[in-house]
Design a binder for this molecule. Sequence first.
Ligand code: FES
Length: 64
Amino acid sequence: MYICLCQGITDRDIKSSVEAGAESLSDVQAYLPVALNCGTCRESAEALINETLQIKAQKLSYAA
Ligand code: FES
């Protein structure tokens, strides 16, 4: 699903950035130009980043 229409960035792209170590929108922006044009996707991108971080933390706690 597209999150950022301006840049053609999908939820999978953002999740991959978080899996690679990004922990905030600015971190993700080091990998992808999300929310750097019109900014309409900013809230959705931040929500997806937070959701992915929570899932990642749960996976780590189950693995411990
Ligand atoms: S939709 Fe992402 S910057 Fe415009």
